[in-house]
Design a protein. Structure first.
Lengths: 112, 115
């Protein structure tokens, strides 16, 4: 079982729609969860992070965390073509390796 | 706030040659990471430093890769000898404390091509 699983996509949504990106993780000791956006040929940039069960909102982005189900998601409201990128989910593992472990990412395409 | 600086941006070498990458983290950040990102994959941790001590190098191929962080600031990552499968982007990142609520900030990366 992979430590972090994401659907590779591409996930295609029309402009203005809600994009839903999902991530499951295997380490129950994970303390926090980071979402990074990576444009083609660029380095990852932080979107937001969450460490409490429930929802966390920041502008058009909402992160949702369910530790019991080992599931974290990122919702992007009013999707724009500029949101087209790969989104990386990264749990911070609380035991053993104390660093971010990245999934392979989901490629999002927002169609104008 | 200046970001994480990396050099060079690109490097092309032949297999069995050696190469070195340099990283300067954000000022005041105690934790420094080197990640390897192969095309189509997420970044994979190679080594993590806390100040000038190694926290985790369990995924570093130590027969060919080495890294150091002298004086707890700049860091270098070296590959000797390089293999074809080392072709990847090498990302340096830093964080303030390396804790669960301390985000990583990435540099622009070094794209290595081994021919």
């Amino acid at each position: 079982q992979k430590e972090v699983e994401q659907n590779s996509g591409p996930l295609s949504v029309p402009e203005g729609a809600i994009a839903s990106l999902n991530c499951t993780y295997s380490d129950r000791g994970s303390q926090s969860f980071f979402w990074y956006r990576q444009y083609s040929g660029k380095s990852p940039e932080l979107i937001m992070f969450i460490y409490s069960n429930g929802d966390k909102e920041d502008g058009r982005f909402t992160a949702q965390l369910n530790k019991a189900s080992q599931y974290v998601s990122l919702l992007i409201r009013d999707s724009q073509p500029s949101d087209s990128a790969t989104y990386l989910c990264a749990p911070f593992q609380g035991t053993g390796r104390r660093a971010l472990t990245f999934g392979s990412g989901t490629r999002l395409q927002v169609q104008p | 706030e200046a970001g994480v600086a990396q050099s060079p941006r690109y490097k092309i070498i032949e297999k069995r040659q050696s190469v070195a990458f340099w990283c300067n983290p954000i000022s005041g950040h105690a934790t420094l990471y080197w990640y390897q990102q192969i095309l189509g994959q997420g970044p994979k941790l190679l080594i993590q430093f806390q100040n000038n001590g190694v926290v985790d190098d369990s995924q570093l191929p130590k027969d060919r890769f080495s890294a150091e962080r002298l004086k707890g600031v700049d860091s270098t990552l070296k590959i000797q000898p390089a293999k074809l499968e080392d072709s990847a982007v090498y990302l340096c990142a830093s964080s303030y404390r390396g804790e669960y609520n301390s985000p990583l900030h990435f540099g622009n990366g070094t794209r290595l091509t081994v021919t």
